[in-house]
Design a protein around this ligand. Sequence first.
Ligand SMILES: *[C@@H]1O[C@H](CO)[C@@H](O)[C@H](O)[C@H]1NC(C)=O
Ligand SMILES: *[C@@H]1O[C@H](CO)[C@@H](O)[C@H](O)[C@H]1NC(C)=O
Ligand SMILES: *[C@@H]1O[C@H](CO)[C@@H](O)[C@H](O)[C@H]1NC(C)=O
Ligand SMILES: *[C@@H]1O[C@H](CO)[C@@H](O)[C@H](O)[C@H]1NC(C)=O
Ligand SMILES: *[C@@H]1O[C@H](CO)[C@@H](O)[C@H](O)[C@H]1NC(C)=O
Ligand SMILES: *[C@@H]1O[C@H](CO)[C@@H](O)[C@H](O)[C@H]1NC(C)=O
Ligand SMILES: *[C@@H]1O[C@H](CO)[C@@H](O)[C@H](O)[C@H]1NC(C)=O
Ligand SMILES: *[C@@H]1O[C@H](CO)[C@@H](O)[C@H](O)[C@H]1NC(C)=O
Ligand SMILES: *[C@@H]1O[C@H](CO)[C@@H](O)[C@H](O)[C@H]1NC(C)=O
Ligand SMILES: *[C@@H]1O[C@H](CO)[C@@H](O)[C@H](O)[C@H]1NC(C)=O
Ligand SMILES: *[C@@H]1O[C@H](CO)[C@@H](O)[C@H](O)[C@H]1NC(C)=O
Ligand SMILES: *[C@@H]1O[C@H](CO)[C@@H](O)[C@H](O)[C@H]1NC(C)=O
Length: 589
Amino acid sequence: MRLQNRLTTVNLSVLFVFLAFLSPAVATVTDQTDFSSRKRYGHVITKSDASVGFPYFLSSFTGLLIDDGEDKGGEANGLDLVRRAPDGGSLGNNKFESREILMGEIQYWHFSNSFAGTSTVNSTSDTPETSTAKRATSTVYVSLTICSKPILNESVSGATQDLPQLAVYVSTSDSLREPGPDKDSKDQTVHHSEEGYMSAMVPTESGVYIGVAAPNSGKFSGSYSYQLAASTDDFFHKFADHSTLLTLVDADSEAALLTTEAPADRILTEDQLKQWRNSTGVYNIFINNANNSPVAGMSRSYCALEQHSQVGTGDGVEASMSTRKRTNNELQQQFYITGLNRSSTYNGVLAMSGNSSDSGNGVGGGGMVWRPEPFTTKSDRNCAVIYDLDFCSDIAYAVPSNPSMNLSQLRSKYDSHAEDLYKNFNYSLQQIQCNTSNETIFSMTVNCTVCATAYKDWLCAVTIPKCDDFSSTKNTSAVMIRNAAQAFPNGTEITNKTLREDPVRNRSRNDLFIDKEIEPGPYKEVLPSIDVCHDLVRNCPMALGFQCPTGKWLQYSYSLSAGSILGTPSSLGFQAIILAAASGLLWLF
Ligand SMILES: *[C@@H]1O[C@H](CO)[C@@H](O)[C@H](O)[C@H]1NC(C)=O
Ligand SMILES: *[C@@H]1O[C@H](CO)[C@@H](O)[C@H](O)[C@H]1NC(C)=O
Ligand SMILES: *[C@@H]1O[C@H](CO)[C@@H](O)[C@H](O)[C@H]1NC(C)=O
Ligand SMILES: *[C@@H]1O[C@H](CO)[C@@H](O)[C@H](O)[C@H]1NC(C)=O
Ligand SMILES: *[C@@H]1O[C@H](CO)[C@@H](O)[C@H](O)[C@H]1NC(C)=O
Ligand SMILES: *[C@@H]1O[C@H](CO)[C@@H](O)[C@H](O)[C@H]1NC(C)=O
Ligand SMILES: *[C@@H]1O[C@H](CO)[C@@H](O)[C@H](O)[C@H]1NC(C)=O
Ligand SMILES: *[C@@H]1O[C@H](CO)[C@@H](O)[C@H](O)[C@H]1NC(C)=O
Ligand SMILES: *[C@@H]1O[C@H](CO)[C@@H](O)[C@H](O)[C@H]1NC(C)=O
Ligand SMILES: *[C@@H]1O[C@H](CO)[C@@H](O)[C@H](O)[C@H]1NC(C)=O
Ligand SMILES: *[C@@H]1O[C@H](CO)[C@@H](O)[C@H](O)[C@H]1NC(C)=O
Ligand SMILES: *[C@@H]1O[C@H](CO)[C@@H](O)[C@H](O)[C@H]1NC(C)=O
């Protein structure tokens, strides 16, 4: 009754205040055949087996020539088959070394490539010199990450200083065993780290000589720490330049929800995919302020992200798995980040640790990092991100809220409100002959299940508005100011008389619920796509009387997607909706 009364007395413009996301069709689970190249790990074992008679290799499976575990200075452990690198450390295959380096210092490393070419290693007398002729050219993957950086001198003022990066000099010639800035450049190549990461594929017939040089800079003092690794299989440390694999779902003033996006699931190994399907995430996320980041200059380095991020694997991240219609019901890992500052821009970086069972060693053991995904938090405190509701399970965005309400209260208020409204509809649907013979069923092509789903999608989109800051200047066409007549939660009121008296803008589209029970104050509603309305009209029996608004009423309540303008039903909707409401079939506000 309350509903009917309102309908007859209230300006019609409040009828169509709707919002939400369009939900694309349900998609099938994609088949998972494209696994990563990690299987080459087994390849090494085969090679080691083929190389005759040295049990150490068989047990280690790493192709290691020098046991570098405790071997900082390159001391031999009786396994030193090849010449040691002069004055430097030795690198084992797929094992990292970590070291500190002072500003202006250079450190030399050597990787012996005996296992990369043909298997010629046999006895202890088989030095690289004597066997070189038999070896084929092969590729050595050299990678370096900066884990921590020197300190900026206090006397250096002004804008933030870019971190000087490390230079990695590489030689494959036995005549240049200490490559570096002072050496003849034709025998060496130089690679500079970028954002704390450097990688190079080095073709070689024998070993690789490496010089790591820290620049001299008057602006910084102290030392870097870095990880260096070489491998005959693949890069030990990886950075994926091509994609972020991460997408922002929505943010409020202190929290944000991000999810992985395709092909995050398709690059997993078989083991990881099993975990993933069993609702265990395999990715990590690191969050840092874009302007004042503790990982500035090192954002491509897993170890730096892990050690210095503002928000990382521990506090402030709730990771879980999710499926939503909007992303074709594909399984995704989602991250709910808390403890952020308002009106700030952050970089979210998706990462994968090397190998959790074996901290750091093994092919690709240094971890993988994707490109940063920037996002900005809202400024007002009256929007809050909610997700994974029980009934409106596809809703995941910021909704009008009130700082005095906690998140679980807010979630259950919206969700149970929508569910209550759905019950009325569900009852109405039972009155329609859904399960009868072909002659009486309302449509040959759709059935009541489809209608019920379309109604639920529309209902959730419209009862749970997507919220943005009142002051936001984004999306000027698909947003509508709402609730302008109510004070902000901090008591401040809007003085603009036009807004306060505009029936479309001075209240929420479902004001009895939002304005009275949530009391968010003024906000902007990001309008739902008209497609949710069209889907409803198309998939439900005529008898239910659904119509989508047209003309200016449409613009007050929905956003037009590119394809939707032509499809707008031509008949005016008011009458039909009022009739339907009067007959108790349709919920309105
Ligand atoms: C390895 O070296 C030993 C001793 O020099 C020799 O007897 C053996 O035949 C060699 N094996 C191969 C596969 O060359
Ligand atoms: C920076 O600090 C180092 C070490 O304390 C010092 O030698 C250098 O002169 C300082 N540079 C500047 C510009 O203050
Ligand atoms: C799936 O996860 C549950 C709970 O974490 C665990 O008990 C179970 O062993 C896992 N199953 C597989 C196949 O990994
Ligand atoms: C939030 O701002 C405070 C004060 O400026 C700062 O100390 C803190 O690190 C910031 N936190 C994040 C996550 O940005
Ligand atoms: C992790 O390491 C273990 C033992 O070293 C190995 O069996 C496993 O295949 C590795 N997993 C991945 C994903 O590399
Ligand atoms: C109250 O909140 C609004 C929106 O966040 C803000 O614009 C306004 O300045 C605040 N007023 C006071 C007194 O803090
Ligand atoms: C949220 O608020 C309700 C009611 O005040 C309270 O019962 C509940 O424990 C709160 N939940 C959390 C997580 O604080
Ligand atoms: C809708 O009604 C049917 C039949 O009474 C019932 O099985 C179903 O649980 C109802 N759905 C909801 C969401 O209430
Ligand atoms: C239609 O019939 C099927 C099978 O008898 C039943 O499961 C379903 O709930 C019915 N649908 C409605 C809307 O009554
Ligand atoms: C209804 O239509 C289906 C397929 O269109 C047909 O197989 C079925 O026999 C029809 N049922 C009746 C009662 O006509
Ligand atoms: C309703 O239609 C959909 C799509 O055509 C179909 O998948 C589903 O099985 C149908 N449900 C019933 C109860 O007939
Ligand atoms: C009041 O708000 C309306 C609509 O946003 C705007 O066009 C108008 O300029 C505002 N008036 C004042 C005095 O700010």
